[in-house]
Design a protein around this ligand. Structure first.
Ligand code: FE
Length: 303
């Protein structure tokens, strides 16, 4: 059984045309399909149909979609989720544009997750036969792919148990409040070899903190920052580095107020990676390694 990656992030936006400019012109994603009130976008180095869905009306997360490696995984996950006490429903081909049959569940954190195996293949912009390093007509940031998401939950421990016990994910890093009597404040979990695929921090139910695009390196992060200045993007913090994951980062907001991140770096993780632990007295350094303190926005603005 295996979940391979975050396949799509579906968010609400208040103003579709402003969102289109942000995700397409500034971030460089390509619009692959449009429906009334919905826009589907992919990054240049992604081969599946889409990785971001924008839906007009409001703000915040609609759902997260994760792709599994084998069709039979879906049935096994359906059983394992039920055994964990999570209600699961089947979703059919066509409920999501270009996505096949799958399962849908609401996590204990009240987020909607979808798991699927089939999604229409569009291919990357450089192809898979003698490809160039990157497409020369990149727009804006030219983000190659979507990377991870961070959501909030009242009970982080149960979310960590769900992903590690049901989906066999591992934990790269955790934040606890008191080593003598630990309560879990945050968990950074992975299903492949990237340092995290989903992180959960303590907070209100059902909220999105951010979703992130992976960029190549620190230079790309700095260049993204320049583009945010050119396009008047609201920047939360950065460029800087995370203590947790060691990634380099900028947090910023789309025009509706959904937080995005550009992220580069991190370290590879194997199934035997020994989890790193941070304590809350060092949380400032854990989140923003260089500044060593959290800004108010970072902890309070959620969508
Ligand atoms: Fe992140």
């Amino acid at each position: 059984m295996s979940i391979m990656r975050l396949g799509y992030v579906h968010v609400r936006v208040t103003d579709m045309e402003a969102a289109r400019r942000h995700y397409s012109d500034t971030m460089g994603q390509k619009v692959v399909a449009e429906e009334p009130g919905k826009l589907y976008l992919k990054c240049w180095d992604e081969y599946d149909h889409h990785s971001v869905v924008l839906e007009e009306g409001g703000v915040g997360l609609v759902k997260l979609g994760y792709k599994v490696s084998r069709a039979e995984d879906l049935e096994q996950y359906e059983k394992a989720l039920s055994a964990f006490g999570v209600t699961v429903e089947r979703m059919s081909k066509g409920e999501n544009l270009a996505v096949g049959d799958g399962i849908r569940f609401t996590s204990p954190s009240e987020h909607t997750f979808e798991l699927y195996h089939e999604i229409e293949y569009l291919g990357t912009e450089t192809g898979i036969l003698n490809p160039e390093s990157w497409p020369r007509d990149l727009r804006g940031v030219g983000a190659p792919r979507v990377d991870h998401a961070l959501i909030t939950a009242e009970d982080v421990e149960t979310m960590e148990r769900l992903f590690t016990e049901v989906f066999d994910w591992n934990v790269s890093e955790r934040v606890i409040d008191n080593p003598a009597d630990p309560m879990l404040i945050g968990t950074w979990m992975y299903c492949g070899m990237k340092v995290h695929d989903l992180a959960v921090i303590k907070g209100p139910q059902g909220k999105l903190h951010h979703f992130a695009y992976a960029l190549e390196d620190w230079n790309a992060i700095l260049k993204a920052g320049d583009l945010f200045a050119m396009d008047d993007v609201s920047v939360d913090i950065g460029p800087t580095r995370h203590g947790i994951t060691r990634g380099t980062t900028i947090y910023f907001f789309d025009p509706s107020g959904n937080r995005n991140e550009v992220f580069a770096g991190g370290y590879p993780v194997y199934k035997d990676f020994p989890t790193i632990t941070w304590t809350t007295d060092q949380l400032g350094k854990g989140i923003f390694y260089i500044q060593r303190e959290l800004n108010d926005r970072f902890t309070t603005v959620l969508t």
